[in-house]
Design a protein around this ligand. Structure first.
Ligand code: ADP
Ligand code: MG
Length: 358
């Protein structure tokens, strides 16, 4: 049984004459114990989806199930999930330990058990030595960990986190990403994580649902989403992509070609987005080879002029302008023998295999 499932869930907000469809017919199954992320730009419906799982909103239509049970009409405090918000919402007058103990006290858990569980949780989030501090005496990252401990101490079967690291600076955020992942692995409960930050989702998730305008565009592992984006939106939103367009000809059952003249062409295995305006092809910068020699005809090959060279230590990023004025970005790994492949102003060939066009 999935930990959480959404069946054709929609949410429309009405205020006066204005209606906003925040979520449109989402189908989703989140497995027991997985780290699942909802990823998408601001306003795409992530928070609304979370609030419907937590019970702060009811769907306009569709069904939310927790461990297989329809929870329509069940209030948030009677659902076996807990939510952590970006604003940590700690009680300022209570100590760290009292903040974490709060929910257990309300549930009349015996005092000895509360002490044990709070101590365990503070160990888990590495704040064992801060039990007697007040929230204001802690850093942002530490306050976030207290909020996490407070949510986990109730032993919910799922934890919902809505952009919980948004208020932290980059370095701390990256450290906390790994920390959250470690904690999730240790406690083994289902995490549903909302973020608009693609690298955050790729770093932490077992699976990701990429959302756009209230819908799920693609659901898969980080590698699936990065390597084989299902739509142009996903390709553009995750990582860096080069986009090429043109009129395509079918070469065989499995291969199409866009000709650019002068021995230049792009080959693609499975054209997903054939339309009247032609074929749209995306290719990742790290899949492209850059060189001075003419590549074989059985790979995509395009000539261009180097416009920009950015040396970044492990990699070099080249921007190459093609004859039809398209800029293509190429990431090359640097090794001792292959560094400095080309300089500004050089004419180069770019090539990549058909399976890397999509
Ligand atoms: P995200 O979390 O991805 O940024 P939200 O779920 O917060 O997106 O919002 C999705 C859409 O629904 C947005 O257009 C937002 O303006 C709208 N929306 C969210 N909450 C409400 C509300 N309570 N009333 C009216 N519109 C809302
Ligand atoms: Mg939001």
């Amino acid at each position: 049984v999935p930990a959480i499932s959404l069946e054709k869930v929609s949410k429309t907000y009405r205020s006066g004459q204005v209606t906003t469809t925040a979520v449109e017919s989402i189908d989703l199954e989140i497995r027991q114990g997985e780290f699942f992320s909802l990823l998408g730009p601001s306003g795409c419906g992530k928070t609304t989806t979370m609030r419907m799982i937590a019970g702060f909103e009811e769907p306009t239509s569709g069904v939310v199930r927790l461990s297989g049970k329809d929870v329509t009409g069940v209030p948030p405090n009677r659902r076996d999930v807990n939510m952590v918000f970006q604003s940590y919402a700690l009680f300022p007058h209570m100590t760290v330990a009292e903040n974490v103990a709060f929910g257990l006290k309300r549930k009349k858990v015996p005092a000895a058990e509360i002490r044990t569980r709070v101590a365990e949780m503070l160990e888990l989030v590495e704040l064992g030595d801060r039990a007697k501090y007040k929230p204001r005496q802690l850093s942002g990252g530490q306050q976030q960990r207290v909020a996490l401990a407070r949510a986990l101490v109730n032993r919910p079967s799922a934890l919902l986190l809505d952009e919980p690291l948004g208020a932290l600076d980059l370095k701390l955020r990256q450290a906390m990403q790994l920390e959250l992942k470690r904690i999730q692995r240790e406690v083994g409960i289902t995490f549903v994580y909302v973020t608009h930050d693609q690298s955050e989702a790729l770093t932490m998730s077992d699976r990701i649902a990429v959302m756009n305008k209230g819908r799920i565009e693609q659901l898969g592992t980080p590698a699936q989403i990065y390597e084989t984006p299902a739509t142009r939106f996903v390709a553009g939103f995750i990582g860096t992509s080069n986009i090429l367009t043109g009129t395509a000809q079918r070469v065989s059952d499995t291969l199409v070609r866009i000709d650019y003249g002068g021995d230049q062409h792009v080959l693609a295995n499975t054209p997903q987005q054939m339309s009247d305006s032609g074929l749209v092809i995306t290719v990742r910068p790290e899949k492209i080879r850059l060189g001075k020699d003419v590549p074989d005809a059985n790979v995509s090959r395009i000539r261009g002029t180097v416009r920009e060279v950015v040396y970044l230590g492990a990699t070099t990023h080249y921007t190459v302008r093609t004859v039809d004025d398209t800029d293509i970005v190429v990431f090359q790994q640097n090794s001792s023998d292959a560094s400095n492949l080309a300089d500004h102003g050089d004419t180069v060939w770019l090539s990549w295999r058909p399976e890397h066009s999509y």
